[in-house]
Design a protein around this ligand. Structure first.
Ligand code: PYC
Length: 320
């Protein structure tokens, strides 16, 4: 979108899912051509990373935002394609982001309640918009790759946890030291960040060799409210305000692997703001992986035209 020669515009719709914001770019994104979303993500990353910073970073955005570039799907059976990004890079999948995207598409009048297929860089996910506004995302196949792994974390000691894929890579560990409450988010952030750094320093990766860039701490929840409470630290050292869709998927994969949750049973995952995602799964007999379904609610919070003034020194965001 280019109207004034010195100005460029990007139109976005903001929402939050369980407190975690999603900024959907509906107009003004770079031309990434056609082909699989994974290829278009590479083009976005390689050729247009300033676009990511423009949308997410201050002064227009904040580190907490997750961006979602609305794209034409490569697969014609899909309603939309999407590429997710954040303050430091790109996400394969984002559960709260798909819920936010679906509510945004409904707000735009582009979809009605029903089931919609969404093309992402890590595969097609299915999202059902319920008549009352909640959304269920059937996520990509998820699995646990390591059980009871001991990581020595400098300044903390040995931490035992599992590694699982839920559309992103997670290290999941029970936190017996801290109370998972909003008052403690700074301490929790530092604790989880040290675990993340130790994993990296010790070259502990996901099965694909990818960084384990999400750390999920969990504790029991009040049983009348939820089955577990979590705190999820995302790659850019910001915590997920929601219970995290891909994190809940990774948690379901661990519960299944431990024989603690059966196909079809509902798991109520509470996040740090006490919002809840409901998760359940089916088992893919051929692979033994699970196909998680995550249900949550999102609300549109704004429609904005971002302005990029050619004379603005922070046109593409404030550098770190
Ligand atoms: O909901 O999957 C999620 C997510 C990933 C990062 C932030 N939210």
């Amino acid at each position: 979108m280019q109207i004034h020669p010195d100005m460029q515009y990007i139109r976005v719709i903001d929402s939050h899912t369980g407190g975690e914001p999603t900024r959907v770019v509906i107009e003004g994104g770079p031309d990434l051509g056609t082909g699989p979303l994974s290829e278009r993500l590479k083009r976005l990353q390689g050729l247009h990373d300033s676009f990511r910073r423009t949308v997410i970073k201050e002064p227009r955005g904040s580190d907490v935002l997750v961006g979602a570039l609305l794209c034409e799907p490569a697969d014609s059976t899909c309603t939309a394609g999407v590429i997710f990004f954040n303050n430091v890079g790109y996400l394969g999948m984002c559960g709260h982001g798909v819920i936010g995207l679906v509510v945004t598409l409904s707000h735009m009048g582009k979809i009605k309640p029903g089931t919609h297929r969404i093309d992402t860089p890590v595969g097609i996910v299915t999202a059902t918009l319920h008549p009352q506004g909640k959304v269920t995302v059937e996520n990509v196949a998820s699995y646990r790759s390591s059980k009871d792994l001991i990581v020595n974390v400098p300044g903390i000691g040995d931490i035992c946890g599992d590694i699982a894929w839920g559309g992103n890579w997670f290290f999941l560990t029970e936190d017996r030291i801290h109370s998972l409450s909003q008052q403690n988010v700074e301490e929790l952030t530092e604790y989880a960040w040290k675990i993340r750094q130790a994993l990296k320093a010790q070259n502990i990766t996901g099965t694909t060799g990818a960084d384990i860039d999400h750390i999920e701490l969990f504790t029991p929840a009040h049983p009348e409210i939820a089955d577990s409470k979590n705190f999820v630290l995302c790659p850019g050292k910001v915590y997920d305000r929601s219970p995290c869709g891909t994190g809940t998927s990774a948690k379901l994969a661990c519960l299944y692997a431990n024989g603690k949750l059966a196909a079809g049973q509902v798991w109520r995952q509470q996040g740090i703001l006490d919002t809840i995602f409901e998760g359940s799964f089916e088992v893919d007999i051929a692979t033994g992986n699970i196909i998680p379904s995550i249900t949550g609610a999102a609300y549109v919070t704004g429609e904005t035209k971002l302005i990029l003034d050619a004379n603005d020194p922070f046109r593409t965001g404030i550098p770190q």
